[in-house]
Design a protein around this ligand. Structure first.
Ligand SMILES: [Zn+2]
Length: 561
């Protein structure tokens, strides 16, 4: 996500209200299916006693089990992976390796340390320079980023020093672009396709004082997209370095193993990408060692006021925190428990539909950020809203308040985390897909009656008046880049609402089981790579065939392929 709550277009509000209505029904006569499925999974899996033991067993299973294709009962042109299939990690030799020794300093709210990156030229072109993205530097001051004013307090440019080519033992220069989030590093020796290189550097980033996905507010540190990270190289285009808009996303990186040593004041509690060990304590500080294999980014959240909740679902350890100093106070307990249940329901639905979440753990941070929520590998941030606290909504119907945002952000674990993409250039590939997972979540809960409003029968996107409306609002094609939208509303309507509905109408045309099968095939083929629209439509048409008139019309009208 990164769906600004203040700017949500009316259609989206309608959609969200619809979600609340749908979830409300969960607690009435249609809740039986949800609880029977969840209970079955829980009773067949022994809950993990420790995080460490979960890590080992799940990682081994992930790397050793193959995705099985079966004879195709779904009416598709090819066999596709079965429900609940395993998703294999990328082979070790194809991952980049980040080794980071970091420390968070409360006094000046900075985070920094030493980074060693081992990577290879994964393109077919020779590189004479590297490009890194330093998003933190964009928060050095208040600014306007295209769609909105960004309020920033006490930010600063990231210091990047001691840049070395460890392979040749040569010091390198690091040149900041006019776009301060872009760093260019000329190489002392060209890197040919397939060649490996080890780069090292020191950095110190200043965490801005702001209640957002990257910032410090009320003692909660959301430390995300904070370190200089290698940009993605695309053949024929070079290193991707599109502008960053705080309103949307432009995150784009390669799958890597992260080995992180992170030192925090001992009073602080930590959640992060990957799995943390028990910290070593010295001099009033805790030092954690964190292993995060096969992820495309590393983030952490820390606060001395985190209250922990934990649960397990089908081998996945779920940790959830909220800030006890939050104005909602202990009314948040109900919210936390409901969010855990929503997470278990989400994994039940998505494991079945898209293939099993291949990591041993996921962390959920309930925090007051200026968006509905935000997704990162193995960690999501979900907004808790002070307004809901004041109206006791979290106490009265916590599941209804939290379920949809938890489901959406966890849906991103498949569509952003496992299958990556350039979220600036093709935002629909992560946002529309994550929004569509909300429907898969409803389907799993058995509360899908209201989805008829989005059906082709009532809302056929290929016909009038929807077609003219979408054209007038600058929504088409849905798979346009973030930078091509004229305003925030058209971006939100396309990436969140109409993209979601388009995927749902593909499901209607092809049948639910067949469409989920196609999505498993798409995930299977593109797991731990960066996908594109053409890859998705390639899989879709290979599976469904090219002779489905309704499907062809939908694609032709809504997308540019
Ligand atoms: Zn999203």
């Amino acid at each position: 996500m990164k769906k600004q709550t203040r700017a949500i277009a009316s259609t989206l509000i309608f959609a969200m209200l619809l979600g609340v209505t749908a979830c409300s029904k969960k607690n009435s006569n249609k809740s039986k299916k949800k609880f029977s499925v969840a209970t079955q999974a829980e009773t067949t899996e022994a809950p993990s006693e420790t995080t460490e033991s979960t890590t080992e067993s799940t990682t081994e299973t992930t790397t050793e089990t193959t995705t099985e294709a079966t004879s195709n009962p779904l009416g598709l042109k090819i066999d596709v992976p079965q429900e609940n299939c395993e998703i294999q990690f990328l082979p070790e030799e194809e991952r980049f390796k980040y080794d980071m020794v970091l420390e968070l300093n409360e006094a000046d709210h900075t985070v920094g340390g030493h980074v060693v990156v081992n990577f290879y030229n994964n393109s077919s072109e020779e590189w004479n320079q590297l490009c890194m993205r330093d998003y933190s530097s964009l928060f050095k001051e208040a600014h306007h980023d295209g769609f909105q004013e960004i309020e920033v307090k006490e930010g600063a440019l990231t210091e990047v020093t001691n840049v070395m080519n460890e392979t040749t033992s040569q010091a390198l220069t690091c040149n900041r672009d006019a776009d301060v989030s872009v760093l260019w590093i000329p190489l002392d020796q060209n890197l040919k396709p397939g060649e490996h290189m080890t780069l090292s550097y020191d950095f110190k980033a200043t965490i801005p004082l702001v209640a957002d996905r990257y910032g410090l507010s009320d003692g909660v540190y959301n430390v995300t997209n904070f370190y200089p990270i290698l940009a993605v190289y695309e053949d024929g285009k070079g290193f991707s370095h599109e502008a960053y808009y705080n309103f949307g996303e432009c995150f784009y990186s390669e799958i890597s193993n992260y080995h992180v040593t992170l030192t925090l004041p001992e009073k602080m509690k930590l959640l992060s990408t990957g799995v943390e060990n028990t910290p070593a304590n010295a001099d009033g500080k805790n030092t954690y060692t964190i292993e995060a294999p096969c992820v495309r980014d590393f983030v952490f959240c820390a606060s001395e006021n985190f209250k922990f909740f934990e649960d397990d679902y089908d081998g996945i350890h779920i940790r959830l925190v909220y800030d006890e100093a939050h104005p909602c106070g202990d009314t948040m307990d109900a919210c936390a428990e409901a969010s855990l249940q929503a997470a278990k329901d989400s994994f039940a639905a998505f494991n079945k539909a898209f293939g099993k979440y291949p990591y041993p753990e996921v962390d959920i941070v309930l925090a007051p950020i200026d968006a509905g929520g935000m997704e990162y590998p193995n960690l999501i941030i979900c907004t808790v809203d002070a307004m809901y606290c004041l109206t006791n909504s979290y106490e009265s119907f916590p599941y209804e308040q939290m379920a949809i945002v938890v489901a959406h952000e966890l849906g991103h674990q498949w569509f952003m985390g496992i299958v990556g993409n350039n979220s600036g250039m093709e935002p629909w590939l992560d946002e529309s897909f994550a929004s569509y997972t909300e429907f898969v979540f409803y389907e799993y809960l058995g509360v899908e009656d209201e989805m008829e409003l989005y059906s082709r029968e009532t809302f056929d996107l290929t016909k009038e008046p929807w077609l003219t409306s979408m054209q007038a609002n600058g929504i088409l094609p849905i798979n346009r880049s973030f930078y091509d939208f004229e305003d925030a509303d058209s971006y939100i309507l396309a990436a969140y609402s109409y993209g979601k509905i388009a995927l749902y109408q593909m499901e209607e045309i092809l049948g639910r089981e067949a469409f989920h099968g196609i999505l498993r095939e798409y995930v299977h083929r593109n797991a731990f790579t960066n996908s594109t629209s053409s890859r998705f439509f390639g899989v879709l048409l290979e599976c469904a065939g090219q002779d489905n008139a309704d499907l062809n019309k939908l694609i032709e009208v809504l997308f540019d392929i």
